[in-house]
Design a binder for this molecule. Structure first.
Ligand SMILES: Cc1cc2nc3c(=O)[nH]c(=O)nc-3n(C[C@H](O)[C@H](O)[C@H](O)COP(=O)(O)OP(=O)(O)OC[C@H]3O[C@@H](n4cnc5c(N)ncnc54)[C@H](O)[C@@H]3O)c2cc1C
Length: 296
C-alpha cells in the first residue's frame, strides 16, 4: 500500500525541530526510525500533513555515561543499545529488552525514543526502563521538562507528551551495589512477533546476602499501559529473598493483572495470568542472581 502525501522536513537541530512542531502542531508527526510510523501511515491510521525527520540531528544520537548516569539520546538505535558493553554491564535488563525487539533489520532503524513514544503496551523497552526508574526529557520551543517514565503513558498509543514536544533524552541512574534486574518476554515466535506478555523485575539488597531494600516489577500486555505491580513490590520489601517469597510475589502480580484475552492478543486471559506469575518469579530470580554477583 502506498504512503499518503505529506511534506517532509529535515531539521538540523532540536531547536529547529521544536520550531517546526510549534508551527505545524497536531498536523505534524516526528519520524525517528520510521518502523512504527511508516506502517501507521501506510494503513492510514495516522495521516500527518508534515513529517519531521529527526535521525539526522547529532545531539539526539549520543550515548553518554560520563556523569555517573546513562543518558540515551532519543535517536539512539536499538542496535547500539544491544551492542553497548557499558549498557550490558550495568543495565543488563535494558539490553535484554533491546535483543528481544524485532529483527536485526528492525533494530538497526528503530530508536529508543520511538519505542517509548509509540506507547504500545507490548513494547519491549518500557518494562526495563521503568524498573531502572528512567526519566524522560521533553522539549519544546519555550521549555524543557523531565518526567518519570512511570507517569509518561496514559493509554494505548497515548502519553503526556504535547503535540509540540519532542522526547530528546532518556536518563538512567547507575544501579546501586548489590542490585540486579531481569527481563523476559513471551511471544509465539522468537523474533518479529508482538509480545503476548513481558515482565521486568529489579531488586536491591541491603548489602551482600541482605534483605530486599528496593524492588520494582513491571508488566506489559495486561492493561492499556505498562503497569508497576506495587502489591508484589511491597510484599518483597524488608524480606530476605527466597524462592517462597518470589512465589508469593508472582501470585500477587498474577492477582493484580487484568489482561483481556482475545483473538487479537493471541492468548486467553487465564493463560496470560498464569504466565504473569511464571515470568515474575523467573525475572525476580534473574534480578537476585545479578544482585548477588558472579559467585552466586
Ligand atoms: C517487523 C517489525 C517488528 C517489530 N518488532 C517489535 C518488537 O519485537 N518489540 C517492540 O517493542 N517493537 C517492535 N516493533 C515496533 C517498532 O520497531 C518499535 O516500536 C521502534 O522502537 C519504534 O521506533 P522508531 O524509531 O522506528 O519510531 P517511529 O516509527 O519513527 O515513531 C513511532 C512513533 O513515535 C513518535 N516519535 C518517535 N520518536 C519521537 C521523539 N523523539 N519524540 C516524540 N515523538 C517521537 C512518532 O511520531 C511516531 O508516532 C516492530 C516493528 C516492525 C516493523
Amino acid at each position: 500500500m502506498s504512503l499518503p502525501e505529506f511534506d517532509f522536513h529535515a531539521p538540523g537541530s532540536v531547536d529547529e525541530a521544536c520550531r517546526m512542531l510549534a508551527e505545524y502542531g497536531p498536523k505534524a508527526k516526528i519520524f525517528a526510525g520510521g518502523t512504527d510510523l511508516m506502517l501507521d501511515m501506510r494503513r492510514r491510521r495516522i495521516l500527518p500533513e508534515n513529517v519531521i525527520s529527526i535521525p539526522g540531528i547529532e545531539e539526539l544520537k549520543t550515548l553518554d555515561l560520563s556523569s555517573g548516569m546513562l543518558k540515551i539520546g532519543s535517536c539512539v538505535t536499538i542496535a547500539r543499545i544491544v551492542k553497548s558493553k557499558e549498557v550490558a554491564g550495568k543495565w543488563g535488563a535494558l539490553c535484554a529488552g533491546g535483543k528481544a525487539l524485532g529483527s536485526c533489520l528492525v533494530r538497526n532503524l528503530a530508536t529508543v525514543g520511538g519505542n517509548i513514544a509509540s506507547a504500545r503496551p507490548a513494547a519491549d523497552l518500557p518494562p526495563p526502563l521503568m524498573v531502572y526508574g528512567a526519566s524522560l526529557v521533553l522539549k519544546k520551543t519555550s521549555a524543557e521538562r523531565v518526567v518519570s517514565i512511570d507517569h509518561f503513558f496514559t493509554g494505548t498509543g497515548a502519553t503526556v507528551m504535547a503535540p509540540d514536544e519532542i522526547l530528546t533524552e532518556i536518563r538512567l541512574s547507575e544501579p546501586p551495589p548489590h542490585s540486579g534486574a531481569g527481563y523476559l518476554n513471551l511471544g509465539i515466535r522468537n523474533a518479529c512477533d508482538i509480545n503476548i506478555l513481558n515482565v521486568a523485575s529489579y531488586v536491591a539488597l541491603d548489602g551482600p546476602g541482605g534483605a530486599i531494600k528496593d524492588a520494582r516489577i513491571v508488566m506489559g500486555c495486561v492493561a492499556p499501559t505498562h503497569v508497576r505491580v506495587l502489591s508484589a513490590e511491597n510484599l518483597l520489601l524488608g524480606e530476605k529473598p527466597s524462592e517462597a517469597l518470589f512465589e508469593r510475589a508472582g501470585e500477587a502480580a498474577m492477582n493484580a493483572a487484568t489482561p483481556r484475552g482475545s483473538a487479537y492478543s493471541r492468548a486467553s486471559a487465564e493463560y496470560k495470568k498464569d504466565m504473569v506469575k511464571e515470568l515474575t518469579v523467573r525475572t525476580l530470580g534473574m534480578a537476585l542472581r545479578e544482585a548477588l554477583g558472579p559467585a552466586s
